[in-house]
Design a binder for this molecule. Structure first.
Ligand SMILES: Nc1nc2c(ncn2[C@@H]2O[C@H](COP(=O)(O)OP(=O)(O)OP(=O)(O)O)[C@@H](O)[C@H]2O)c(=O)[nH]1
Ligand SMILES: [Mg+2]
Length: 313
């Protein structure tokens, strides 16, 4: 575990405090030790999970598992429910994690190219700054490609993040061809022996269809330079938008060759349970979570830590 991850557990707990205070107080109200587990208790628990945005399907699933387990449990005392609930949530979250990007073994052919996509305002640029920092902190050389040439202030914002993260940046003027910027960045990175290229993209063009086309073009052009690139396409989702995020993920997933997810703004929401809905409904692994606006506030997603942070008082 790296130093960032050690700091991370505290930050994760802090970041999930809104989700936790909502969930934990509701759950402890429902589960009173000494009482026997009954159907009403399970139904109330189910409502609580739905309120935290875990999704109706997942909530029903978890309740069925608890029902089965409490029938067979030696002790049907309600105090057994919380550990069982945590276990069931943990199992489902674990299904949403596949070997993460990092620490990635650098391929023989550098650079490793990560493309970051998502609708406007979800936190792509901020996530790129934080991600660049994670890599530079591990001793890797990072280049950021400013392929959001749509938004006026995009370059300046990315420059600030690159500077803070100790990363290099390739940019052109507003309105330039995003795919050309991405291609430039990958070529420059290859020439300079840079380890990781992270490509920022626009969240909005004139129409949604154009955006998807633009993303596909960036993907294709980068692949012309390095056939396996981009090695990773991270879709950024704002966790505070709850079930909307799911719909976005479905849309992008189909057209943008997404390989993994980043969930941002978990600190600003009591609906951290959305991670579970995403795990159930989408085939993509959750790679990282954003729990604040600082450079250190991006963490690798660890299901076990996440459950603890959700429930530990
Ligand atoms: N609290 C909190 N805020 C975040 C997090 N991630 C991003 N933000 C904030 O979300 C806002 C939008 O972030 P950006 O990184 O600019 O989002 P974007 O997706 O690049 O936006 P566009 O380029 O306009 O599409 C900023 O105010 C960020 O500080 C997070 O994990 N927690
Ligand atoms: Mg941006």
């Amino acid at each position: 575990m790296g130093i960032l991850d050690k700091i991370g557990i505290g930050r994760l707990r802090e970041g999930l405090s809104r989700t936790r205070s909502g969930l934990l107080s509701a759950v402890t109200r429902i589960i009173t030790g000494g009482q026997r587990i009954d159907e009403q208790m399970l139904e109330n628990l189910e409502d609580t999970l739905i309120a935290a945005d875990v999704g109706a399907g997942t909530a029903a699933d978890i309740m069925q598992a608890l029902r089965d387990r409490s029938h067979t449990a030696m002790s049907a005392d309600a105090s057994a429910l919380l550990p069982m609930l945590k276990e069931e949530i943990g199992k489902r979250l674990a299904a949403a994690t596949v070997s993460a990007v990092e620490p990635f073994s650098l391929p023989a052919t550098r650079p490793y190219v990560i493309m970051v996509v998502g609708i406007n305002g979800v936190g792509k640029t901020t996530t790129i700054g934080k991600l660049a920092y994670r890599f530079t902190a591990q001793g890797h050389r990072v280049m950021i490609a400013a392929a959001d040439t749509f938004r006026a202030a995009a370059n300046e914002q990315l420059e600030i993040w690159a500077k803070r993260a100790g990363a290099e940046i390739i940019q052109q003027k507003q309105g330039a061809d995003p795919a050309a910027v991405a291609f430039d960045a990958v070529s420059a990175a290859a020439a300079r022996g840079i380890d990781v290229v992270i490509i920022d993209t626009a969240g909005r063009l004139h129409t949604r269809t154009n955006l998807m086309e633009e993303l596909r073009k960036i993907h294709r052009v980068v692949g012309k330079h390095t056939p396996a690139a981009p090695h990773e396409v991270l879709l950024v989702i704002d966790a505070s938008t709850g079930q909307n995020g799911l719909q976005q993920a479905k849309q992008f997933g189909a057209t943008a060759s997404v390989t993994g997810l980043v969930l941002t703004k978990l600190d600003g929401t009591a609906k951290g349970g959305i991670v579970l809905a995403i795990a159930r409904e989408l085939g993509y692994p959750v790679r990282y979570i954003g729990v604040g606006e600082r450079l250190e506030d991006l963490q690798q997603f660890d299901p076990q830590q996440f459950v603890e942070a959700m429930f530990e008082a």
